[in-house]
Design a protein around this ligand. Structure first.
Ligand SMILES: [Zn+2]
Length: 119
């Protein structure tokens, strides 16, 4: 799986890395994987993203949000409660929005590099 436009769309839509049509997750609100692809029957039982997506998000969002918070502090010096509400909300929203696609990406990487996990 190359990281081209088609595979990025597949990852973003949380679809199966093999057929790119079946849903990876049991519902649109959870990060719980289906046991197998509803379209091609690819087995998801042994695939395990573990803490990889969460760690990736912590590093990326931390690297993005902390400089923004520091910049805001130096530019406008808002009260501390505004920082807490603003950056807490932004971090929560971005985490909830990105966790499923990042987990899809990790599973797509596993499918590419360790296909024996999907037998
Ligand atoms: Zn599939």
């Amino acid at each position: 799986m190359r990281l081209d436009t088609k595979s990025i769309k597949t990852i973003w839509r949380c679809k199966c890395p093999k057929c790119e049509k079946g849903n990876l997750y049991k519902s649109s609100l959870t990060i719980e994987l289906n046991t197998q692809c509803p379209n091609c029957a690819l087995n998801f039982n042994k695939s395990d993203a573990a803490d990889g997506p969460a760690v990736f998000l912590i590093f990326v969002l931390g690297a993005l949000l902390v400089p923004l918070a520091i910049t805001l502090e130096f530019a406008l010096s808002p009260p501390l409660w505004l920082h807490v509400i603003l950056w807490g909300s932004v971090a929560l929203i971005l985490t909830l929005a990105m966790l499923r696609p990042i987990k899809s990406y990790v599973i797509a990487l596993q499918y590419k590099h360790r296909p024996e996990m999907f037998n």
